[in-house]
Design a protein around this ligand. Structure first.
Ligand SMILES: [Zn+2]
Length: 283
């Protein structure tokens, strides 16, 4: 199994996680800029964080043979703090960096006017910088949040094929499927979305424009849930080629639209599952 985890917060994970991920077949990750738990009080904190997403974290990942890319944005939650608003002026500088493959996470947390403004402005930045956009959807009042998200995406004029709407579930998947945007699913240990539920969604909606991630952050999460989803797909009768498409070729296609996805040395050039028995380790 070869995996590109399209949404994972490695800043919050240990080297043990990198080691286990590499052993299980994770060859590349995309780490979106997001909040860090403790609220930040000035733009300088963001500049240091963004620098670590394009500097330190790729270096750390490389020691385990994992390629690291990032997405950069002012996240929806902190968009509500007037002290953080100037971050919007910092973002464009980072969107020019080689390892930045999208604008994100943008979107809604509590659906305030401040979030509206940051969301709209950063979708415009995605268009201007010719980058895809990674859109977070609220965990509360999800159906309403997703509907409003899709309205804003439509009004922005960005090509829906360059937008992933993330953290979807059974209730919200159909609207995003219809919109032409990519559908992102974060798989969690106990809540929100599990490997068996993900398999059911793939059965119903197909494999097109689907991205599966582990989101793994500071809360209870598991960076191997992409792998577990691949295993659940195989157990349910999907082919190895189907698994490769969902866990590797789909994220490569989506972020490849940035023109900056660099998978040389990690992509593998031989047959689809070349080396997978070694990469899988004991699992
Ligand atoms: Zn996230």
């Amino acid at each position: 199994m070869r995996i590109l985890d399209p949404h994972i917060h490695m800043t919050s994970r240990t080297t043990d996680d990198y080691e286990r991920m590499a052993a299980a077949g994770v060859r590349a990750v995309v780490e979106p800029a997001f909040w860090l738990g403790q609220p930040r009080t000035n733009p300088g904190s963001f500049a240091d964080y963004f620098d670590s997403l394009v500097g330190w974290e790729p270096f750390r990942a490389a020691q385990f043979g994992i390629r690291h890319h990032a997405t950069i944005a002012l996240n929806p939650k902190e968009a509500n703090d007037p002290r953080c608003r100037p971050v919007l002026d910092l973002v464009p500088r980072y969107l020019d960096k080689d390892s930045v493959v999208a604008v994100g996470e943008i979107g809604y947390d509590s659906m305030t006017p401040e979030e509206d403004d940051a969301f709209t402005r950063q979708l415009a930045l995605a268009v201007e910088h010719e980058l895809p956009a990674l859109v977070h959807t609220p965990h509360r009042d999800k159906a309403h949040g997703v509907k409003r998200t899709l309205d804003v995406v439509r009004e922005s004029g960005i090509d829906p094929g360059r937008v992933v709407v993330d953290h979807l579930n059974e209730v919200t998947v159909a609207a995003v499927h219809e919109s032409g945007c990519w559908m992102g699913f974060s798989i969690y240990p106990d809540t929100k979305m599990s490997p068996p539920r993900m398999v059911e969604i793939l059965r119903e909606h197909g494999l097109d424009r689907v991205l599966v991630n582990s989101a793994a952050d500071w809360g209870k999460s598991d960076p191997l849930l992409t792998v577990r989803t691949g295993e659940a797909m195989l157990a349910a009768g999907f082919s190895e080629d189907d698994v490769d498409r969902v866990l590797w070729r789909n994220p490569v296609e989506f972020y490849g639209q940035s023109g900056r996805l660099d998978l040389s040395d990690v992509a593998g050039t031989g047959p689809l599952f070349e080396g997978s028995s070694i990469l899988r380790g004991g699992s």
